[in-house]
Write a protein that binds this ligand. Structure first.
Ligand code: AMP
Length: 427
């Protein structure tokens, strides 16, 4: 396939939004051609950028292997077709070579999950690494040492990226969690593979899930934004207003809106400097035809602790020494109606301090409503750090349509940015 027409007068800049250069139809066309489903990997050696940045305890045991499991589909696909896989990843934030952050520590876990033997190579670039990978036969898997043992990785160093590209004859990126970084292995090395660079299954699923919410979701489209602060969600809210029909605001953000509307919020988390912005946002939403749903009642506490005394209170009538820590019963009923009527749902941020069992009811109840809506055919995407943690903690993991694996990458996508790792695969 010849894509030279795309490259005319074009200089690669991973930070320039792809949408500014190419129409969506071209994006869709290249995207579908660059998924692994449409490739033949027999007798090919794929350098697969995975995200094996997993938590490890003092005894070097992997305490959460979600990310390894998430890469399995791609690796299985390549092996099944008679290809081999050279796995490259980072682990932690080492400064130089740190044995505690060696990927050697997770080889056994990777073998268990993949169900095939995995050899380990104690470096990730250089003549020896090239020789070892060149000898891999069909069906083999080799895990290379931590990419971040070299500062060149995060610096996006071109010659380091070129060195990595010599480990295989095609490149598969399946590391959504780092797709927002223009690092050597996530973005820069793609340019050495011409058209032999592909979206792994995980990356493909993440792109499609975001696309479904941001571009092609069935209406009504609902965004539920919770969490702690308005200031950290502004860009997301602004970007979402053009895509949605309903917006639920929950969590600690509520009190900035309540204060802005003249209410008393007691000790609740409140960013007074964003009160004007909160009112502006409500105006903007109105002008764009987006219905905003704010809580009417909340659960207040006389201390920021699980064992604090609690009671139900109207949202703008919180006494001086109390603070709002969860959504109230009327609010949850009201939110239920919106959630169950929506056909596309994005959930980012908990409705309360779910880490305290006694203030987790709002977040759990919301999860139940999204579950119900999903079972009835809605598409639900959960993305961004704490809501994903909550969904897992309360057992909703298999009940949502898609749960994103990438915290920062997901948030940047919701902000409307096209991620450099994704752009690089489309060039
Ligand atoms: P974020 O990373 O912005 O999504 O925020 C997640 C955090 O918001 C969680 O740790 C929650 O405990 C916290 N949070 C949610 N509701 C409240 C609230 N009413 N007051 C204080 N923190 C909250």
């Amino acid at each position: 396939m010849n894509f030279t027409f795309l490259h005319k007068n074009y200089v690669f800049n991973p930070f320039k939004p792809f949408a500014q250069r190419y129409k969506k139809s071209i994006f869709d066309k290249i995207f579908s051609m660059r998924t692994i489903a449409n490739q033949d990997f027999s007798n090919r050696r794929a350098v697969v950028r995975v995200d094996f940045n997993v938590p490890i305890d003092d005894k070097f045991s992997v305490t959460d292997s979600t990310r390894i499991v998430a890469a399995k589909e791609t690796i299985d696909h390549i092996l099944r077709q008679g290809g081999s896989c050279v796995l490259i990843s980072h682990l932690g934030r080492p400064e130089g070579k740190d044995p505690k952050l060696s990927l050697k520590n997770i080889v056994n876990k990777v073998e268990d999950i993949l169900g095939v033997s995995v050899s380990f190579f104690p470096d990730c670039v250089g003549a020896e690494a090239e020789k070892a990978t060149a000898e891999l036969g069909p069906g083999s898997v080799m895990l290379m040492e931590n990419l971040r043992f070299y500062a060149n990785e995060t610096a996006g160093d071109l010659s380091f990226a070129k060195g990595l590209s010599k480990l295989g004859d095609c490149y598969v990126n399946d590391a959504f969690g780092t797709a927002h970084r223009a690092h050597a292995s996530t973005t820069i090395m793609a340019q050495f593979f011409n058209e032999d660079k592909f979206f792994g299954r995980l990356l493909e699923k993440e792109v499609k899930a975001i696309e479904k919410v941001m571009e092609s979701g069935e209406k009504p489209v609902l965004a539920i934004l919770g969490g702690a602060k308005v200031s950290s969600k502004i860009t997301i809210i602004e970007n979402m207003l053009d895509k949605i029909d309903h917006l639920i605001i929950g969590g600690g953000m509520v009190y900035t809106f309540a204060k802005a509307q003249g209410g008393s919020v007691g000790q609740s988390i409140c960013e007074e400097e964003y009160c004007d912005y909160a009112l502006e946002l409500l105006e903007k939403a109105k002008a764009k035809g987006v219905e905003v749903h704010l809580p009417t009642d909340v659960i207040i506490a006389d201390d920021f602790s699980n064992d604090a005394n609690q009671k139900v209170c109207k949202v703008g009538e919180i006494p001086d020494n109390w603070e709002g820590l969860d959504a109230g019963p009327d609010t949850l009923k009201k939110f239920e109606d919106v959630v169950t009527q929506s056909k596309t749902i994005l959930w980012n941020g908990p409705l309360g301090v779910f880490e305290f069992e006694n203030f987790s009811k709002g977040t759990i109840t919301l999860g139940e409503h999204i579950t119900k809506s999903t079972a009835a055919g809605a598409f639900s995407l959960v993305g961004g750090g704490d809501s994903v943690a909550a969904v897992k903690q309360f057992g909703f993991e298999d009940k949502m349509s898609y749960i994103s694996t990438g915290g920062g990458a997901m948030l940047e996508s919701l902000e409307g940015k096209t991620l450099p790792g994704i752009v690089a695969l489309l060039e």
